[in-house]
Ligand binder design. Structure first.
Ligand SMILES: [Zn+2]
Length: 124
């Protein structure tokens, strides 16, 4: 394993962003129970965060890789890696036939992010 370095992500720009008026930003998603980092997510557009589309999850890589699954049955619940709290359950957003996690209210906290990945989190 090589040393830690900061990984800087870039916002995805595609037709889905344009459809949501281009107001995209990164969010750090953390477990509300223990503060563990859960995911780096690109939110397109304004409004509350009810679901996370798999193709907008940048970190962790093992979760990001799930976007290439074809069936939500192949997708496990999104859980906190530290305390095991369930953050989201797999779903298909029918309007776009898009895989997503339906987020469980109160299980997570979100914070605006620059898209850089910190190796440790001091929040909470
Ligand atoms: Zn936790």
């Amino acid at each position: 394993m090589s040393s830690h370095k900061t990984l800087q992500h870039k916002l995805k720009k595609d037709k889905r962003v344009n459809a949501r008026d281009g107001n995209s930003h990164f969010l750090d998603i953390t477990c509300s129970k223990c503060g563990q980092y859960v995911a780096l997510y690109q939110k397109d557009g304004i409004g509350s965060l009810l679901r996370m589309y798999l193709d907008r999850i940048f970190e962790p890589k093992e979760v990001s890789a799930l976007q290439f699954k074809e069936d939500k049955k192949d997708i496990p619940n999104l859980k906190c890696s530290k305390c095991g709290e369930v953050i989201g359950v797999p779903m298909v957003y029918e309007r776009e036939k898009r895989l997503a996690f339906r987020l469980i209210r109160g299980s997570f906290a979100k914070k605006m992010s620059e898209g850089g990945l910190e190796s440790s989190s001091r929040e909470n």
